[in-house]
Design a protein around this ligand. Structure first.
Ligand SMILES: [Zn+2]
Ligand SMILES: [Zn+2]
Length: 256
């Protein structure tokens, strides 16, 4: 099946520009240097599947004219990946049934604590998002496509990325366990965390992710979760031709 992946956000947890920062990238006039928090939308057969709900979801959805959502998959429970849950509201009101959210049990617990009013039945004021939490336990069939959770290490925490058809989306990792590598062969499109050049305890760097590209040899690789250390144009010029920084609004065709 033909599918389109849209990068809703390509930035790190604080976004780029970062509040109060006077660096050159935060003041760049290149729109590629404006990075909202990390998320992608996968579209196929008239269905829209979202990965993560960032604090920038509202802005992203308006920019990309998202008018329906059929499912949301979560990678992990950090604030930059879940905080936009409440902004699903307008997409949930005029549909039959609730939008299913798929998250591992630890992530579901975090979200139920953070958004207690959404998941408890006794909220008195109305107007809450019509969503339904479902526990992610393994590969998911969604509207005729398979989404396979790929375990990755985000510092000491195991979280998941996803493989769907010929594409994989791996954000927020410092290491890909050896047992996950065979699930990432024969990819047309691979998204990898590449925060910056300087090492970070819970995120991959440009050099570390380039080593993964050599190991896995996907056709094309796009870096994401990018901080303000990496100017778009200058960084791209130094990367191999099959590897690029992703950017907000990037659209890619692939087979799912
Ligand atoms: Zn993150
Ligand atoms: Zn994280």
């Amino acid at each position: 099946m033909k599918a389109i992946l849209t990068v809703l956000g390509s930035g790190t947890s604080m976004g780029v520009p970062t509040i109060g920062c006077d660096c050159a990238v935060c003041h760049s006039s290149d729109p590629h240097d404006r990075r909202t928090r990390p998320s992608v939308l996968v579209q196929y057969e008239g269905k829209n599947v979202l990965i993560d709900t960032t604090p920038d979801f509202r802005e992203q959805a308006i920019r990309e004219q998202i008018s329906r959502l059929d499912a949301v998959l979560y990678t992990h429970g950090h604030a930059d990946h879940i905080r936009g849950l409440d902004d699903l509201r307008p997409l949930t009101f005029h549909r039959n049934g609730r939008i299913p959210l798929y998250a591992r049990v630890d992530v579901a617990d975090t979200m139920k604590q953070m958004f207690r009013y959404i998941f408890e039945d006794n909220y008195k004021y109305g107007g809450i998002a019509k969503v339904e939490m479902k526990t992610l336990e393994g590969p998911l069939e969604l509207f005729g496509a398979s989404f396979e959770p790929i375990p990755i290490m985000h510092g000491d925490a195991e979280i998941v990325g996803y493989r769907f058809g010929s594409a994989a989306y791996l954000t927020d990792f410092s290491e890909i366990p050896a047992s996950s590598l065979p699930k990432l062969h024969n990819l047309d499109i691979l998204f990898l965390d590449a925060l910056r050049h300087k090492p970070h305890p819970t995120h991959s760097t440009v050099n570390n992710s380039l080593k993964i590209v050599e190991q896995l040899n996907p056709k094309r690789t796009f870096f994401t979760h990018i901080c303000h250390d990496l100017p778009h144009e200058e960084t791209n010029a130094a990367l191999p031709s099959n590897v690029r920084l992703s950017y907000d609004g990037l659209k890619l065709n692939f087979e799912i």
